[in-house]
Design a protein around this ligand. Structure first.
Ligand code: ADP
Length: 512
């Protein structure tokens, strides 16, 4: 049988999605391959079809126990013999499933990465493994946004398998750096990457608005449409859910602090359209295959553009017009900065997290087409999308390069040791005790913006921080420092533009 015939006969589809045929060809030629495809792009078939074409066993490494069961159930319903091994099973059940895999009664065996490390290696080594599929492969890279230590030993484990299997690694989010890291670590031969663009998604950034009012208004305008509202903390998820319910918006919630039953129940209410709106932390969504999600709203800034795009990508899997909205507040960025600061990560790791957050804040402040900005981040190019909040914003952006240089040189002259208020005071030429104490009147930048209100200067500093020209470092009283992008502006190598906050129309395109 050919891959095409299996596609039709077992899965009922007529044509391959972009990239699927290529990935399958590589696998059938025993070449180790990395598949980068957007969420909903159809990654699973890339290894399920070879699994049915080959004589041996396909081992699928997947980090999510809850997902494994769903995937295995779906395969079983299609008459494909598959099972999983994870910590929810007894010792006897595990051995039984190994036996089935060993004597060929099973074509696909799903395991969590931890299982590969633990005491089961001897049993794994006995299996006729012909293909290893590594799902969510970005978890192997420390540059990725979801690094998992249990993925690190995968290469060694796979190499020790006596059956010498082919490897396919799959992910929906990989910057060129992460892709290279995955290729190196797993020693892959080829990469298949399909376009990341999601032409049916309109991206919107809404800045400095009352988030509660925005949400209530938006969800009432789009009542009965299905969508997800993401927040960063469990507490905020609970608060927003209560708020929405109070305003008669049919909303349910999902976060790691709920019981397993509550989570399942709320998830099903959302999946089966009993409750159209899901308010959730990032614990919700991986592997959720709901096609008619019309909008994804980030009520708080996510920690990276990778997670933001992955979560936004859950909208419009059916290809119909949908929206991905980021509600941006600088205070949320500061919370994320604080969380990085306080975390137990080593310095290098913290630096990586800061860089990702920086790209996220730049997204919220770029005057460029938002789809173009995201694709650029993932190493792709495209034309302006014509439908994001920046493409639709007709106002001219102002060149604020000179003002920016004034702020940056003041920060530099104050030796990058002070925070926003004092820098704004020096630029405004105020004469309080602290300014006298540090002799800031004698700085050449003292009073350089004395025709401006201190508040306006502070706003400009916020904008420059959010845009990545300044970094605000340290938890409670952040100190301003120049970033490499800021240094470029000081040297006159780049210009800076600014637009006022964009007003967004609340009506979904599908309704209009
Ligand atoms: P991913 O893992 O890339 O997010 P999935 O493998 O879950 O995506 O596939 C998403 C959906 O697309 C599934 O419902 C799947 O059955 C469907 N699908 C996959 N390949 C095809 C195809 N060639 N034609 C039509 N539908 C497909």
């Amino acid at each position: 049988m050919t891959p095409q015939e299996i596609l039709k006969q077992q899965f009922g589809y007529d044509t391959f999605r972009p990239g699927q045929g290529d990935v399958i060809d590589h696998i059938m030629n025993h070449e180790n391959v990395l598949a980068i495809m957007p969420t909903g792009g159809g990654k699973s078939l890339c290894y399920q079809i070879p699994a049915l074409l080959q004589d041996g066993l396909t081992l699928v490494v997947s980090p999510l126990i809850s997902l494994m069961k769903d995937q295995v159930d779906a395969l079983n319903e299609n008459g494909i013999p598959a099972t999983f091994i994870n910590s929810s099973l007894t010792y006897g059940e595990i051995n039984d499933r190994f036996d089935q895999a060993q004597d060929g009664r099973i074509k696909l065996l799903y395991v969590s990465p931890e299982r590969l490390d633990s005491g089961y290696f001897d049993r794994l080594a006995e299996l006729p493994v012909e293909l290893v599929a590594i799902d969510e492969a970005h978890c192997i890279s420390q540059w990725g946004h979801d690094f998992r230590p249990s993925y690190l030993n995968l290469t060694a484990t796979i190499q020790q398998l006596p059956s010498n299997p082919t490897i396919v690694a799959l992910t929906a989010t990989a910057t060129p750096k992460v892709a290279k890291d995955i290729m190196d670590r797993l020693q892959l031969d080829a990469e298949v990457k399909t376009g990341f663009a999601r032409p049916n998604l309109s991206f919107k950034v809404v800045k400095d608005q009352d988030i509660d009012a925005f949400l209530i208004d938006y969800l009432k305008t789009n009542a009965d449409q299905s969508g997800i509202v993401y927040a960063s903390t469990r507490k905020e998820v609970e608060r927003l859910t209560k708020l929405l319910q109070h305003h008669k918006v049919a909303a349910t919630m999902y976060h790691g602090g709920l019981t397993k039953n509550q989570r399942r129940e709320n998830q099903d209410d959302f999946l089966y359209d009993r409750t159209p709106v899901m308010v959730a932390t990032n614990a919700f969504g991986m592997g959720i295959d709901k096609s008619n999600v019309r909008f994804v709203i980030h009520a708080q800034v996510p920690g990276s553009l990778e997670s933001c795009y992955q979560e936004a990508g859950r909208a419009g899997r059916d290809g119909l017009p949908s929206e991905a909205i980021l509600l941006f507040k600088l205070a949320d960025v500061q919370i994320q900065q604080f969380l990085i600061d306080q975390s137990e990560r080593d310095e290098q790791n913290k630096q990586r997290e800061y860089e990702k957050l920086q790209a996220m804040t730049q997204y919220a402040n770029t005057p460029e087409c938002l789809q173009k900005y995201i694709l650029g981040y993932f190493g792709e190019t495209c034309d302006d999308c014509g439908q994001c909040s920046n493409c639709l914003d007709t106002r001219e952006s102002q060149d604020i390069t000179v003002d920016t240089q004034k702020v940056l040189s003041c920060v530099k002259r104050m030796n990058e040791r002070f925070g926003k208020s004092l820098v704004a005071q020096v630029l405004a030429g105020s004469s309080n005790q602290r300014i006298k104490q540090f002799h800031f009147q004698s700085l050449s930048t003292y009073g350089l913006m004395k025709n401006r209100k201190q508040k306006a200067i502070a706003d400009l500093i916020d904008f420059l921080t959010a845009s990545g020209y300044l970094a605000a470092e340290g938890g409670q009283y952040p100190v301003l420092k120049l970033t490499p992008a800021g240094v470029d502006v000081l040297k006159g190598e780049t210009q800076v533009f600014r637009k006022e906050a964009v007003k967004v129309d609340h009506t979904l395109p599908v309704n209009s």
